[in-house]
Write a protein that binds this ligand. Structure first.
Ligand code: E9O
Length: 595
């Protein structure tokens, strides 16, 4: 699936902005056919954004079920002979789309784009009404999974229910990413796949183009590769090909050099469709104890993130996005994980440009009760339907992100109950699918299980482990960190002989809380904890990366162990540094690429 771009032949119409919005409190919208006429008693709502924090009404913030979004638009006469596509960057978690009262699309999954051709339903020259119904209910067939709790007890009013979920971020909902229309010719470039190789000083760019539409057999394809300054390197014909770049500049964090591959679809001597892709020439490989980028060992310095900010919730905002990248650069990081779901494509575009190494994660989080007596992998919970959806999600994730040089690894899940029966069979299916679709990138699954209990470590290329010594276990016992962590990490390597990334470690820290000697929640405690972890990492040569939990404080559901959200950020939610940020900046700036 190609990211929508304007080119010589393609136009974009931005549908972001202020939409009309209505909460379906009684769940009557479909029955009363709200899609057939303009919404009554609607309020205003920005798109993209989560809707939860926009109003002063907690019943909107905590609504479970459908909300209705609506806006109108015009299609210019000049688009008459074009193929017109409506694209929704994401709608969390389920969406139904109506155009002029007719249902035209449905989607399940809150973190990936979907699109639909609208030519048959749209009207040229008069107003079109677009309605998107978004539903935020999670069940065990969803990713992330969740369940509805019904309280049939005397202390709750009849019919009282809550949405329960086992992941640690607020279930923000709404249209989270850009909505737009774009055009192509009727016969068009549907997809491009690029893979790069390195042969000494030479870069090799292999491409494959998929064309669709009535006249696809009458067209031919021209692919041209340009350097950063627009200088032409080579031009080749055909739907598949290979371009060699002598003395190539390889894409890497210290120099994220992007070439440009321009693909033109020619019919009757005329360029009918054109699309371009930024191309970073780079290779990724796991060998022995190390991760190699362009044949050189690389150490991952960075953080796990969230799409989360004040007011916007999970809504994509270029202001927050660029600020975050500036902070990541400032602190000396070279990588991050898209915990715990695929981020907006705009974020990956920026990571390509800024030069960050990304572990791209599927939205499979909260598949663990952290309670050995309560199982997740049972026919009533994680079941065949979940697996089918998981397979679909990784297919769509790879289809969307396969061409990004920044994506160096796929993560199929975060902290599932890998010690349970059934976990191996389940993840074998998912990981086999990922490898089949993309043999060029390593695959991982982020563990919270221990080395002797997990059943899935044999399936992955890199062991990724989240660990909270002195926080969730032996709380306050900083003195135990080195002893426990070193012992555990050595065991991982002893058993599996694979490199290890510590993908989460950290402490909730309230900016401005101080204590010496350090106490939990103080800035000193966070610093001291990180330093002790780092001493262990520096002693172990098979540790190939450190990702702190978390980049910034973020919203969670309300519960007693969360004080206005999860406070493990190195930055506050408003993006101001805590003391630990300076410690990390010093460490990471003085570290070599290969630690
Ligand atoms: C996942 C992440 O989304 N890892 C968590 C992070 C956290 O700060 C969360 O925000 O809580 C830690 C997993 C904790 C596992 C140990 C739980 C032990 C309970 C007794």
């Amino acid at each position: 699936m190609l990211y929508p771009r304007e080119t010589r032949t393609r136009e974009i119409k931005d549908l972001n902005g202020i939409w009309r919005f209505k909460v379906d409190r009684e769940n009557k919208g479909y029955e009363q056919r709200w899609f057939e006429k303009p919404l009554e008693d609607a309020i205003l709502m920005p798109v993209p954004s989560s809707y939860n924090d926009i109003t002063q009404d907690e019943s909107i913030r905590d609504h479970i079920g459908d909300v209705w979004y609506e806006r109108t638009f015009y299609i210019p006469e000049s688009w008459k002979n074009k193929r017109i596509v409506l694209r929704v960057g994401s709608a969390t978690h389920h969406a139904k789309v109506f155009l002029n009262g007719k249902e035209i699309a449905q989607n399940k999954g809150g973190f990936l784009p979907f699109e639909v051709e609208i030519n048959r339903f749209a009207q040229i020259g008069c107003e079109n009404r677009l309605t998107i119904v978004v539903n935020n209910i999670l069940d065990w067939s969803c990713l992330p999974p969740g369940f509805i709790r019904e309280y049939n007890d005397p202390m709750h009013p009849e019919g009282y229910k809550t949405q329960e979920y086992l992941f640690d971020f607020f279930n923000y909902s709404g249209i989270h990413r850009p909505v737009l229309l774009y055009t192509t010719s009727k016969t068009y470039i549907e997809d491009i796949k690029v893979e790069t190789q390195i042969d000494d000083e030479k870069g090799i760019v292999c491409f494959k183009v998929v064309v669709n539409g009535e006249k696809k057999d009458e067209c031919h394809i021209e692919a041209t590769l340009y350097d950063k300054d627009g200088g032409q390197i080579a031009k080749v014909g055909g739907p598949e090909g290979m371009i060699e770049v002598e003395n190539a500049i390889f894409w890497e964090p210290s120099n994220p050099y992007l070439y440009k591959l321009n693909v033109t679809l020619v019919h009757d001597g005329k360029a009918i469709d054109e699309y371009y892709l930024p191309v970073g020439i780079r290779t990724v490989e796991v060998k022995g104890k190390r991760l190699y980028l362009n044949g050189k060992p690389v150490y991952l310095k960075g953080l796990a993130k969230h799409e989360d900010s004040d007011i916007r919730g999970k809504g994509y905002d270029p202001v927050i996005a660029v600020k975050d990248f500036n902070l990541l650069k400032w602190i000396g990081a070279n990588s991050f994980r898209t915990s715990h779901y695929p981020y907006a494509e705009e974020i990956l575009n920026l990571a390509d440009e800024y030069g960050f190494l990304v572990i791209d994660e599927a939205p499979a989080v909260g598949m663990n009760f952290f309670n050995k007596n309560e199982k997740v992998f049972t026919p009533e919970r994680v079941n065949q339907k979940t697996l089918e959806h998981h397979l679909e999600v990784v297919r769509r994730l790879i289809a969307r992100d396969k061409n990004h040089p920044c994506v160096i690894m796929w993560s199929v899940a975060n902290e599932p109950a890998t010690y349970e029966d059934g976990a191996y069979e389940y993840f074998k299916r998912v990981i086999d699918e990922v490898r089949k679709l993309d043999p060029t990138r390593p695959v991982t699954l982020v563990e919270s299980s221990f080395p002797d209990e997990t059943k899935v470590a044999s399936l992955v290329d890199v062991i990724c482990v989240n660990r909270y010594y002195s926080w969730y276990s032996d709380s306050g016992r900083l003195d135990l960190i080195e002893f426990q962590l070193e012992k555990e990490l050595k065991r991982w390597f002893e058993l599996y002989q694979k490199p290890v990334i510590v993908t989460e470690y950290g402490a909730d820290t309230i900016a401005g809380f101080h204590s010496s000697p350090p106490m939990m929640f103080s800035e000193e405690y966070q610093c001291e904890m990180l330093e002790r972890y780092h001493r262990v990492f520096d002693r172990l040569d098979f540790v190939i990366g450190e990702h702190i939990w978390n980049f910034a404080d973020f919203a969670t559901k309300q519960e007693v162990r969360r004080i206005m959200g999860n406070r493990k950020g190195i930055f506050t939610r408003q993006r101001q540094p805590k003391m630990a940020a300076f410690l990390l900046k010093k460490r990471w700036e003085s570290m070599k690429e290969n630690k």
